[in-house]
Design a protein around this ligand. Sequence first.
Ligand SMILES: *Cc1c(COP(=O)(O)O)cnc(C)c1O
Length: 345
Amino acid sequence: MISSLIRPNILKLKPYSSARDEFKGEASVYLDANENNYGSVTPNGVWNRYPDPLQWEVKEKLSAIKNVAKEQIFLGNGSDEAIDLLYRIFCEPGKDKALVFPPTYGMYQVSADINDVEILQQPLTADFQLPMSEIKSSEILNTEGLKLVYVCSPNNPSGNSINGEDIHYLLQNFNGIVVVDEAYIDFSDVPSWTTQLDKYPNLVVMQTFSKAWGMAALRLGMAFASQEIISLFNKVKPPYNINLSSQQQALEALNNKAQLDEFVKETISNRNDLVKQLQGLSLVKRIYPTDANFVLLEVDDAKARYNQLVEKGIIVRNRHSVVNNCLRITVGKREENELVVTALR
Ligand SMILES: *Cc1c(COP(=O)(O)O)cnc(C)c1O
């Protein structure tokens, strides 16, 4: 079933075979990759060897934490790499299509535009849930060439989780790939869709080290899917897409999951306090429920309030262009949250 969705050129692609692919054992002398065998021009000269192309050590640790087989994990240079690869694997440029539910993460659209893939849009409902009556009454899921559907849960910029039964409906009724982007899942009580991978061969779950793990600068994203889909990612990705430094830092992070749990606990506690304080402000018209590390709020005049905050040295995100008069505020440290509340007050 999946094979009928893959672009023909990718199906028959013979992937690049690196030196580290061709000899995988232990040896005393490596003269096969044109590396610098003397060292590297850095104070600690340990960067002269190409890294593991498939990052097995990291995936083994991740496998234990996420309860997903290591062969069902892809690591990318940010989730953005996974999004790009999905288009390159499944969507014929100028022909195939993807479906998104705005307002949502902008990269699904930008990456589609780069890959010359047409995006269909079906807006979320007023409470930012999937527009199920439109989905069910229209033929949109049967659109010729529609290969990918993106669901962001918790959704950016609204913050809410998408109803589980609606995602089940997509997985069961769409003859293509359903991508569930869980960039903010660590802040949510809703179980990850990785628990459903065995049930749905057309499911791809994306997560990231950029948010709760606090490693945005390293650029490390995850995709979880069937072994078949992950093999396609591995076939198409640049051979050494995750550098050694990122692999080492990821290993250290995964060995210290207690710190992640601490960050998450503190963030959620401060998020709840921030919401409470924002509720008392006259210029705040509405605060949307959030399962993420940010809050979307409707104010009287988003542009004016945004500019006033900038004048006070506080930068939030003006989302007026996607949700009328809304600001998106990331949950910061306690004192930062107090500053933004005081400024708005
Ligand atoms: C922040 C974010 C990501 C993370 O992207 P990276 O490339 O991994 O940093 C992915 N999806 C959504 C919806 C996000 O908000």
